[in-house]
Write a protein that binds this ligand. Structure first.
Ligand SMILES: [Zn+2]
Length: 424
């Protein structure tokens, strides 16, 4: 038993994924300072009664700027091209206030679902200018009390074929862009776009996060060029590709070769189940392919992967609540994950995306920020399986939300359950 009194707050009876039995966590000045079976202190206490605590969910790929557009779409949602055209038409009318309000709505849902870190992609081009970027930058500042937001700026509609985009991208990078992205499949010269995006990444010394290979034709892929550029520029561990749906269409021997290449080049994969399932396989009249790359299998082979939200309530994905726990459950179900793989599925929305974003201070360890999310379960595998309520969240040791547990109100004459007594 340790004698220590310098804590501001102690969480008692905390189940951590790494600990066999519940522990106490001591917090001082917003940081975790001790994790032990029993801490002695006079500090304020929160008894979690053996419930699971995670360091928060990490969403590596979301689009706050084009979320919550369902009410103004006025078209039937169809292919990927239809979705890009629909949003392209709408974004000319986006104002900073409009993007801020829609982004705030999604951020607040993400926060109460336990997300503590997020990378949002922000479209930059001559139609939208820097209006979305300015709105998202304001959201980053205004919600820093609950969530760390990172901005990945990217040209959704092409770079080399869209004059003015590059100058705007550079301006965004000079004014708060944290990561640079790209979307070579919408460019008339995909490899030239990749070359330029990597040039800019090196110039600003930032990581790269690309939208890639968003179809199910395995006969070609931009992934080869991404791996080549990554090696050429010594960018191993700093490059991510989102979607990579083509990997789901590769036969095993080709998938094995690509997997080895990803491991060797340190290129990470983000799978976006809601969008990938919604937009892929639409040409099929029956037995539609799922178009979902099996991230947990790639993780087993040594590829760094995450599962993330992508779009919320827009033509790309007319669903969404910004819950990464629900997304991991959805992924595990569609990806045929076995019970033994549920832990990896939880990793895909926690530890692995934190590594993918090169975070050095994520995790429940002494010295790290006290970012803690309480789940109403006593078994981490059940977090994926039964989607427990998320009861409370703390950021830097300060409580940011609370959800009361659901309560039943039986009629008074049924107050005592009679159970199943044997028949007389
Ligand atoms: Zn995306």
């Amino acid at each position: 038993m340790t004698t220590q009194t310098a804590f501001d707050l102690i969480f008692r009876n905390v189940l951590l994924r790494a600990s066999a039995a519940p522990v106490d966590i001591g917090i001082s000045q917003g940081r975790i300072t001790a994790i032990e079976p029993t801490l002695r202190s006079e500090a304020v206490e929160v008894d979690l009664k053996g419930r699971l605590v995670l360091p928060g969910f990490v969403d590596t790929h979301i689009h706050l700027d084009k979320a919550c557009l369902l009410g103004r779409c006025g078209h039937d949602h169809g292919s990927l091209g239809d979705a890009i055209r629909a949003v392209s038409a709408m974004k000319r009318d986006f104002t900073i206030e409009d993007v801020y309000a829609r982004g705030a709505r999604v951020l607040e849902r993400a926060i109460v679902h336990g997300t503590t870190r997020m990378r949002t992609h922000v479209e930059i081009d001559p139609r939208i200018g820097l209006r979305s970027f300015e709105a998202i930058r304001a959201l980053k500042r205004d919600y820093a009390w609950a969530l760390d937001l990172s901005l990945c700026v990217f040209p959704q509609e092409g770079l080399t074929n869209d004059p003015g985009s590059e100058e705007l991208l550079i301006e965004a990078m000079r004014n708060g862009g944290d990561v640079i992205g790209g979307c070579p499949y919408t460019d008339t010269d995909p490899n030239a776009q990749l070359e330029r995006i990597f040039d800019l990444a090196q110039e600003f010394d930032v990581d790269v996060d690309l939208h890639l290979d968003f179809d199910l034709d395995p006969s070609w892929s931009h992934l080869d060029e991404v791996c080549r550029q990554t090696e050429r520029r010594h960018y191993q561990g700093r490059v991510t590709v989102g979607h990579a749906t083509k990997l789901s269409a590769l036969p095993p021997e080709r998938l094995q070769a690509t997997t080895e290449r990803l491991v060797k080049t340190g290129v990470s994969i983000t799978v976006l189940p809601a969008t990938d399932l919604y937009l892929m396989g639409r040409e099929a009249t029956h037995n539609a392919p799922r178009g979902l790359t099996l991230a947990h299998k790639l993780v087993d082979k040594g590829v760094l992967c995450s599962v993330a939200t992508n779009n919320v309530l827009n033509p790309f994905t007319p669903f969404g609540d910004a819950s990464l726990l629900r997304m991991a459950n959805f992924y595990a179900n569609v990806a045929h994950a076995s019970v033994a793989e549920f832990d990896t599925c939880l990793d895909l929305v926690t530890e692995l995306p934190a590594r993918l974003m090169n975070m050095k201070d994520y995790g429940i360890r002494p010295g790290n920020p006290a970012d803690l999310v309480v789940l109403d379960t006593r078994d981490s595998r059940l977090a994926i399986a039964e989607l427990p309520d998320i009861l409370a969240g703390f950021k830097n040791g300060r409580q940011v939300f609370q959800r009361p547990r659901a309560e039943l109100f039986p009629p008074s004459d049924a107050a005592k359950p009679r159970g199943l007594s044997p028949r007389a």
